[in-house]
Design a protein around this ligand. Sequence first.
Ligand code: 5GP
Ligand code: ZN
Length: 113
Amino acid sequence: MGDCIFCKLANGEIPTEMVYEDDFVAAFKDLNPQAPVHILVVPKKHYNNILDVENGDDIIAKIYSAINVIAKKENIDKSGFRVITNCGEDAGQTVMHMHFHIIAGRKLGDKIV
Ligand code: 5GP
Ligand code: ZN
């Protein structure tokens, strides 16, 4: 995807400090953190959001396996964390490259569910 910022970050076209990386998934810190720990976990391949994930595609499993590793690496596995993916306009998705927010490092309020 030509000018997708998360494609460029995830694939090293724009250098950034990676929190985690494997062949399919990359994770880096959010530019505008909403908590002491705010990490974005993204597929290296472009998907607009979860609506682009087809039946039989295991990218979501790969992303959650990465989240498991990241949680332990960042020492938030004991204290807890929240994972959020915004999909579409009403959810407030602003970057149209699928991403999962890991939020942690303080008591998280404002629960919707
Ligand atoms: P959304 O609102 O789409 O769920 O989340 C987009 C997130 O991407 C926001 O939390 C925003 O701060 C973050 N973001 C936007 N542009 C960049 C960027 O260039 N680099 C990084 N690291 N995060 C970004
Ligand atoms: Zn992209």
